[in-house]
Design a protein around this ligand. Structure first.
Ligand code: FRU
Length: 482
């Protein structure tokens, strides 16, 4: 079928053919999740940016529709967001129809400005607003508007970035057409070169009646794994401006893998769900997939918790994954050799599954390493582990398969996790493996690591290493493609 190549994700979205980067305009409306995405309708490298479009009833089974908003003589269609204008504040709705309104960046070599387009038929046909742009500050770099309805002030709020100045700018509007600037946010300790693709949202603090505001920010370079990735801030937003609670020097990363970028959240959903691009600008144009290039990450359920480290973001695979899974292996025991024998004797193999493990961490002063090698085959393995001495979770893709297409691809990527931050002296990992990716969530979403891999199709083995394993499960994940 169209979705059955060796590196074709089986439960992640990728376009049937051609290039994609950022998810855009994530919104739920009338029984459908909409995923728009940066798309090149003419090729397998970045260019001719257009909003591609897919819809899904459940965040996993996507139906790719014709591109929604195409480049024209005014420019390319860069990233942005989409809202359901239920009260027809924009006046785009006719005869009681509710308009969906896309707010995107129009890109020309010398200018980026914010534009609108609307749809009156559930996102199928789009009309560009005749009085575009709605915001133009006469700058070359000014992009990625993220818009939501702010009920207390009864206004639309836009967060948009001045990428090279590493600044987020806030605007508000009653009708999506006239915008008033209300504030700015910058952060002296943000590493890297540019800011892109902001997302601002209000979230409950787990176990309390309070809410806090989360600001997601993509940064073009300077992440722990190298290259592009994401930071977050937690603080307050008063309808005009955002203030972070984090102290100077307290830099938080969304994901410690190398391939998590441009994630934004769905508008119009009760739960907060994010989706990102499973890639890194260091090599995005070179990854060895065909006839498509680029895929989305797992959708994630987001939570804010308060711990002794202050407010923290927690991320887990969106719960809609569960119906796609079926048990294939379960083990409880004490001995790693016996675990590996059990894997072998049951001939457990796979390239699309979720593996969970729970292990007891050795004593405070111990050293050592524990974890599992996945997508293992002739000369290939991707290692997921916890290094006790270094107190870090890591993914090593040095021997994961094809790595030589760009020198920045190969490597070992790690996230700090103090022993005492693992509840009850145990570590839990959830490892989602697909045909070309490994996403690791540790301790119910304390830490996330997302990475691409390009192993041989036949590399489907497992091998556990280290001690302390108590429980392991492997569940197959069925393909979402027809
Ligand atoms: C992020 C980004 C955005 C821009 C888009 C262009 O990956 O650079 O800032 O809108 O991609 O495709």
């Amino acid at each position: 079928t169209a979705y059955n190549q060796p590196f074709r994700p089986q439960y992640h979205f990728s376009p049937r053919i051609n290039w994609t980067n950022d998810p855009n305009g994530l919104v739920y409306y009338d029984g459908e999740y909409h995923l728009f995405y940066q798309y090149n309708p003419k090729g397998i490298r970045w260019g001719h940016m257009t909003w591609g479009h897919a819809v899904s009833p459940d965040l996993f089974h996507w139906n790719e529709l014709p591109p929604a908003i195409a480049e024209d003589e005014k420019g390319m269609i860069f990233s942005g967001s989409c809202v359901v204008d239920a009260k027809n504040t924009s006046g785009f709705g006719k005869n009681g129809q509710i308009p969906m309104v896309a707010i995107y960046t129009n890109h020309r070599e010398t200018n980026q400005s914010q534009h609108l387009a609307y749809s009156l038929d559930r996102g199928r046909a789009w009309t560009k607003y005749e009085n575009n742009p709605v915001i133009d500050v006469q700058k070359k770099d000014f992009r990625d508007p993220n818009v939501f309805w702010h009920e207390p002030s009864k206004r639309w709020v836009m967060t948009v970035v001045l990428p090279t100045e590493k600044k987020a700018v806030f605007y508000r509007s009653a009708n999506l057409k006239q915008w008033e600037k209300t504030g700015e946010f910058a952060s002296a300790d943000s590493p890297g070169n540019i800011w892109e693709c902001p997302a601002l949202l209000e979230m409950p603090v787990a176990g309390s009646k309070r809410t806090k505001w989360l600001l997601l920010m993509s940064i073009g370079a300077g992440t722990p794994a190298g290259g592009s990735g994401m930071q977050y801030y937690i603080g307050d937003f008063d309808g005009k401006s955002f203030r972070s609670d984090f102290k100077q020097g307290d830099v938080r990363f969304v994901d410690y893998g190398k391939d998590y970028y441009a994630a934004i959240t769905f508008n119009n959903t009760p739960r907060k769900i994010s989706l990102g691009w499973l890639n890194n600008w260091q090599y995005a144009n070179d990854i060895p997939t065909n006839p498509f290039r680029g895929a989305m990450t797992l959708p994630r359920d987001l939570k804010i918790v308060q711990s002794k480290n202050g407010y923290e973001l927690r991320q887990e695979a969106a719960r809609e994954i569960r119906p796609l899974t079926s048990d294939s292996f379960q083990w409880r025991g004490l001995d790693t050799k016996e675990l590996n024998r059990s894997i072998d004797s049951n001939r457990i193999k796979g390239d699309a599954y979720v593996l969970t493990l729970e292990a007891e961490l050795p004593g405070q002063t111990a050293t050592g390493d524990l974890g599992v090698k996945v997508r293992k085959g002739a000369g290939e393995e991707t290692i997921v582990g916890y290094n006790v001495a270094r107190q870090e979770v890591y993914v090593d893709r040095t021997h994961s398969g094809q790595t030589g297409f760009k020198k920045e691809f190969s490597g070992r990527f790690s996230a700090p996790l103090k022993r005492e931050d693992s509840p009850n002296g145990r570590i839990k990992m959830q490892i989602f493996v697909d045909r070309s990716s490994v996403e690791v969530f540790v301790n119910d979403g304390q830490v996330a690591l997302t990475n691409l891999i390009f192993p041989k199709p036949a590399s489907q083995g497992f091998e556990f290493f280290g001690d302390g394993f108590r429980a392991v499960t492997i569940r197959n994940i069925e393909s979402v493609w027809p």
